[in-house]
Design a protein around this ligand. Structure first.
Ligand code: SF4
Length: 376
């Protein structure tokens, strides 16, 4: 079920996620008729649109079309106007130099793109932006290029950001910094879900799983402007068909299908890099909750985050010294933890509501077959 549409208004639109814009200076603005089709698609399907903006000022016909649909603009901060309502993208010094555009004390939603070399300065960037965002979405650029020393630099940076955020919570300022606070408040997987929750229309009018697929290879589309969108092997996009991810509780992880395909050649298999980075964030979130949970009254309201003995679930899955039963127990204990305090009768009722057949299967597993002859 698609919940929203992403429309890339021009080829050089600001990237909002881990991908980069290839061949800058390529085709310019999305043609007006393509924008019109995209907006009609969204209106027909009753979904909002995220418009990815670049530096080009939009001609009037464009503005009217954009205004005709429920939407959010994603704007590079360097070209944002004071008081503008948008999701602001900060990608490097040029954008940061415009931090004053973000009103202090406002509800700004900001995306901060961070490259490998910028990781050590992440805490000072967060400090520089304090008071100017309500939510800061930290996005690591090209995480596929991270090596062991980069993981360690990221763990150190997260540790410092954790201290900054804890200081804010102590003052009663409950900000969101995606890499630290998201996992604390989630109760289940909350991934990017490209292709299942959103689709993208590029300036060429074609549909893609997400902008990253367009920039990597424009031919890698799902449908042309006038075709029905059909996703081949759509089941590979779902959590149920992701054998590593369905054993994981790094619920805030993007589970980026573009990175998966790029680094493992499988849409549903995450790379080591993606798993380690998500687990470093999970551990920083665990320490954050441990530090301020009681003080800020969170402990009674959120499920504790258990400490793990791995940074990549695949290390457990591929560990030959553990039997299949031991691996199953390892993950089952982890994933069932948030349900431990729910009375069994309630759990069984919930299972029945979700899938009555599951109760029959559970009974089969737990009831011995009676052999009358054996009892003689
Ligand atoms: S699949 Fe999702 S997480 Fe990955 S690049 Fe595309 S939008 Fe970002």
């Amino acid at each position: 079920m698609i919940h929203y549409l992403i429309v890339i208004l021009e080829h050089d639109s600001a990237p909002f996620c881990c991908y980069d814009v290839k061949e800058r200076g390529g085709p310019g603005l999305i043609p007006l008729d393509v924008l019109e089709k995209s907006v009609s698609f969204a209106i027909k399907n009753a979904i909002p649109v995220n418009f990815l903006c670049g530096n080009t000022a939009l001609p009037p016909g464009y503005e009217e079309l954009i205004a005709s649909v429920d939407h959010v603009r994603m704007v590079p901060l360097a070209r944002a106007r004071s008081g503008e309502e948008a999701v602001f993208i900060i990608d490097g010094e040029e954008d940061l130099a415009h931090a004053h555009v973000l009103e202090t004390g406002g509800l700004n939603n900001v995306i901060l793109r961070v490259g490998k070399s910028e990781v050590p300065s992440l805490p000072s960037t967060v400090e520089r932006l304090l008071g100017r965002f309500r939510r800061l979405n930290v996005i690591l650029k090209e995480p596929g290029g991270f090596a062991e020393e980069d993981f360690s630099a990221y763990a150190d940076a997260l540790e410092d950001v954790r201290r900054i955020l804890a200081g804010e919570y102590r003052k009663g300022s409950f900000l969101e910094i995606s890499t630290l606070s998201d996992r604390v408040f989630l109760t289940n997987m909350n991934n990017c879900n490209a292709g299942t929750a959103h689709l993208t229309v590029a300036p060429n009018g074609r549909f893609y799983l997400c902008p990253a697929f367009y920039y990597e290879n424009g031919e890698d589309c799902l449908a042309g402007p006038d075709d029905a969108v059909e996703i081949r092997n759509a089941r590979l996009l779902t959590l149920e068909n992701a054998p590593v991810c369905r054993n994981c509780d790094a619920w805030h992880c993007k589970r980026c299908v573009w990175l998966n395909r790029r680094l493992t050649s499988e849409l549903n298999t995450p790379s080591h890099e993606q798993c380690v980075l998500a687990h470093l964030e999970r551990e920083a979130s665990r320490r954050f909750l441990e530090e301020i949970g009681r003080e800020c009254g969170l402990n009674d309201r959120v499920t504790p985050i258990p400490k793990l003995d791995y940074l990549d679930p695949f290390d457990i899955i591929s560990d030959r010294s553990r039997s299949p039963g031991e691996k199953e127990e390892h993950f089952a204990r982890l994933l069932s933890r948030p349900l431990e305090d729910v009375p069994v009768s309630d759990l069984l009722r919930q299972i029945y509501t979700l899938d009555p057949g599951m109760l029959a299967r559970l009974k089969e597993l737990n009831s011995a077959v009676v052999d009358l002859e054996d009892g003689q």
